[in-house]
Design a protein around this ligand. Sequence first.
Ligand SMILES: [Ca+2]
Length: 417
Amino acid sequence: MPSLPSRRAVILGLGLTSALGALAWANLVHLRWFAIEQLQPTMPALAQSIEAGPDFEGPDASRPQLKVRLKTVAQGFKQPTDLQFVPGLPGVGVLTEKTGAARWLSLSDGAQGLWFNVSVRTASEQGLLGLAFHPKFAENGRFFVHYVDRREGRDLSIVEEWRAPGPDPRAGAPKAARVVFTVEQPYQNHNAGQLLFGPDGMLYVAYGDGGYMGDPHDHGQNLKTALGGMLRLDVDGGVPYAVPKDNPFVATPGALPELWAYGLRNPWRFSFDPKGRLIIADVGQNKWEEVSIAERGDNLGWKVMEGRACYAPETGCDTAGKRAPIYVYGHEEGISITGGYVYTGAAAPALSGRYVFGDFGSGRLWALDLPARAGEEAKVYALGAFGVHPSSFARDEAGEVYLLDFGTGDVLQLVGA
Ligand SMILES: [Ca+2]
């Protein structure tokens, strides 16, 4: 592993000379307030190095606190967007970079290498944004990527199936097999980007509302578009996929039958808890970041609601039929939620059974005791503010949780203090 430069210096540098690459990403912070044409994005400033340990400030000071440390386990990546561990290969993962590279890494010996490249658009929140291994990847070599590219003059979010020559990414490059699903993106932000197989074997794909700000086309509440929705696809039942017969809107006239839930603004990251429940972290507009447990057919509220508050109209909005979040935090604590995973590993016992997540802008991390039922309030624990910009979390087969620092490109493991 290369020697570790002072993280504080690295982070300060981000705001000065080496920020060019990170700037585009930070649009997700600034697009809330400015038109795309007026963007002058900067990486949010961080006052804290991770070696110094976390700060418990603001509301965190009076919350129950869990003491964890961030341990650097891999370095050398640029603008990481996702890390998925390879089924059946403990400690071996594939990390995606915003600009289109997918790299394999081995945590046991620090080795890493390029697996493949995909051509992507990289403006604002576009790029190579997610990867999901088929549950039977070890046998069939199938995996899926989510990226944004320009085709025939339009920016498209593309879900694409790829095929690896074998069960170990270190053994050879894969090939693109077919496009599975596309949707045109009217703006360069809120492209969401994660895709993930559920415990039911279905492929879930999240889309933001199409972008700009305030959902100008009302995609969130529109059942006719994938934008603002969570899709559920059966990639084993047809080519390129089949619509599962038990999807909630298959019998609704005019509705997109692929939809599983809707009313989302920018569900950048989501995951499944050990009970198989879908946990969505939805990036907010001006005031509220939120975590929800989403059930079949749920309307998550946007843009009628932002978090638990009315958004349009600002007062007296119609809250009927909207699934309430289990947790919200305001913009005094952060600006852009990054959803994580339920921790089931051994390195950080304080996190056991708890949903770990954070804020991209402020570097604050938290854990939740998930409630018994969707819409009930979760109990929160503060992990404190670290000097990181978490673009994504990752979970290995042992249930250990990692964080990708978009600023430094480091992969950090959550361990006990
Ligand atoms: Ca919501």
